[in-house]
Design a protein around this ligand. Sequence first.
Ligand SMILES: C[S@@+](CC[C@H](N)C(=O)[O-])C[C@H]1O[C@@H](n2cnc3c(N)ncnc32)[C@H](O)[C@@H]1O
Length: 271
Amino acid sequence: MATRLFEEKDHIALYQQFRFSPQQNLLGVIFSYLERKKTNSFQLAVDVGCGSGQSTLVLAKRFEKVVGTDISAAQIKEAKRASHPPNVDYFLCPAEALPFKDSSVDLITAFNAAHWFDAPRFLREVDRVLTPAGCVAVSSYNLEAEVHYKDCSEKLTEIFMELREQFFAYADEKIQRVMNGYKEIFDSLLYQDKKRFIDIVDKVPFSIAGLMGYVESLAMYQTFLKAQPEVAKALLQNTEKRFLEAMGVSSRDTTVELWMKHICILGCKNP
Ligand SMILES: C[S@@+](CC[C@H](N)C(=O)[O-])C[C@H]1O[C@@H](n2cnc3c(N)ncnc32)[C@H](O)[C@@H]1O
């Protein structure tokens, strides 16, 4: 059954404000694979589980047409509302029933989303809609990030991991797929030409306020917030205070770097 965790207006607003686009090193791995496999057609890319559209936009310069799809009406509404180039469109639909013709899509991506899907049904749809030699790229960051700032990175990372431990108890069971490095999705992908990376690192700049907003936008934090609102709010406030103290600064606009580790599965349909 589909997991519906991205439907509420307040959560979607946080999502739009604090989630970031896929970054340079991850995109480098995806695009260099794509260029090696699929040299002559960059007509249609589909970003499945597109959320509020940040991940879809990174494809717009490379493809004639890009479509973001999501099961959440609230996410699609937000994606449509946000600024996007004319070759980008958004559809409301489940990953397991994509509204595209057979052999019509050159690239399918799913950024930070595939663990929520019914993987075997999604991968059947991928195979149906991909063109011969079309590619699929399924990726997610895990939550084992490091926080870097001057000479106190070790302390900040420790504080971040302690924060993570507190709300991780509220993670949906599907998050286990991320913790397993998407191994089961990789095994279900039947293409001979496939690869799995588990250690692509991107460094994402965040203000301390932005980092707290990013944590708030996580589905597991939202579940924690619903279960124990006062405890969840106090945890964020206290963590922010500990970060600022460790850094020896007072402004929540101070920028740190979050070093995120990505899992990425790439596959190419037989030509
Ligand atoms: C964590 S968000 C990722 C959004 C975006 N790709 C990003 O990287 O910021 C996961 C998205 O997957 C969507 N989703 C979950 N299950 C889905 C399904 N079965 N079919 C399509 N979308 C789904 C959710 O509604 C949510 O917007």
